[in-house]
Design a binder for this molecule. Structure first.
Ligand code: EPU
Length: 338
């Protein structure tokens, strides 16, 4: 019999550290338990919880919260150049990256220290420093919430985009991802060190020919220097996505804001760092009692302890309104508001 608990605090299950209750809560550690829980009647609303690193909880959850605690890493197959590794959904992402580096498997080093679990990584196609999950992703297994049937999603079917996938659109809330298969390199690692911050970090360490382990260490140093550690200050990483605007709009904005940064996306579009828009709007480092905007990275909203999710939501809406007024750009939340 599976132990479904009542009125459990979710404070330790979300990296923002918001203290709300789950009306019903269960932690599952194998797929048969998961199927059993999914087939239980009497719980019309189910919320699937992974590492809780990409959500803002604004109220008590009137649902059955299913904590996916599937563990294990195994090699599916390998040849001289590549290894296909299966990681279960409940593995901590960064610990999995460290496991790959210990075996000298390449491809995940730029994604070091991203909070969250393996099973939620495909949902938003996690990315950092020029690399995205989709670059190594082969497929994932998922169990359908309504039928308890297992389905496999290939890279193509996942339809990955910038912080986006099928799991945010057509397949939203319909599946529980149970494991992910990634193809990692065993030799001739394809290093991505073009990102300015990585280059300067490696240069400062006088590393001319970096290994994948060197790159991971550089990424960890960069992230630690500007992103708050959720164990110390509650946060969900980037709260907003970087907006994409037309090149013509960008040219007009440049007339008033000559220092506005941008990354080219196509001939007609550019991506603007939302952190710059928010900083220019005056919010960087602003503190409102027990919550605010991180002082080193304006894209990150923080809970200094005891904040309500609804207060952080209101702050995010004030930021959105201000950015819209100043730049005529609508920035979208990256985190799920629940
Ligand atoms: N910037 C500012 N002020 C700020 C923050 C950023 O002006 O307070 C400007 C600067 O011009 C800076 C530029 O934004 O050069 C880019 O900043 P950064 O390199 O920190 O990257 P980002 O665009 O803010 C994105 C991802 C991060 C990822 C980094 C590195 C999104 C929404 N965020 O941030 O992902 O780590 O690039 O690749 O795409 C996350 O998703 O939780 C996350 C942290």
């Amino acid at each position: 019999m599976i132990d479904i608990q009542q009125n459990i605090s979710l404070k330790d299950y979300n990296t923002f550290g918001i203290d709300v209750l789950a009306e019903h809560f269960v932690s599952i550690s194998n797929t048969s338990e998961l199927k059993e829980v999914l087939s239980q009647n009497g719980f019309p609303k189910k919320l699937i919880l992974g590492g809780g690193s990409n959500m803002l909880l604004t109220q008590n959850q009137n649902a059955l919260v299913i904590h996916v605690n599937l563990k294990g890493i195994s090699v599916e197959k390998e040849d001289d150049n590549y290894v296909y590794v299966r990681a279960q959904a409940g593995e901590n992402w960064h610990e999995f990256v460290l496991w790959s580096l210990k075996h000298n498997y390449g491809g995940l080093e730029n994604l070091s220290l991203i909070p969250g679990n393996v099973g939620t990584a495909p949902i938003q196609n996690i990315g950092a420093y020029g690399v995205e999950l989709k670059d190594t992703f082969v497929s994932c297994d998922a169990i359908e919430v309504d039928t308890s049937e297992t389905t496999s999603f290939t890279n193509e079917v996942c339809n990955f985009g910038y912080r986006n996938s099928i799991f945010k659109i057509e397949a939203k809330d319909k599946y529980v991802i149970t494991s992910v298969i990634l193809r990692l390199t065993k030799q001739n690692h394809k290093l991505k060190i073009d990102y300015g911050a990585i280059r300067s970090e490696l240069a400062s360490k006088k590393i001319a020919n970096p290994t994948i382990q060197d790159i991971s260490k550089a990424v960890i140093a960069i992230r630690e220097s500007k992103l708050p550690n959720p164990k110390e200050i509650g946060n969900s990483g980037s709260f907003f996505k970087n907006p994409v605007i037309s090149s013509s709009k960008f040219e007009k904005l440049k007339e008033n804001f000559s220092s506005i940064p941008s990354y080219p996306i196509s001939d007609s579009e550019v991506k603007i760092p939302a952190g710059w828009l928010i900083e220019t709007g005056g919010f960087k480092g602003k503190r409102f009692g027990n919550y605010g905007v991180h002082k080193k990275q304006a894209l990150v909203l923080v809970n200094y302890g005891g904040a309500q999710g609804s207060d952080i939501l209101k702050l995010s809406q004030l930021i959105q309104k201000t950015v819209l007024r100043l730049f005529d750009i609508a920035i979208e939340a990256e985190v799920n508001i629940l």
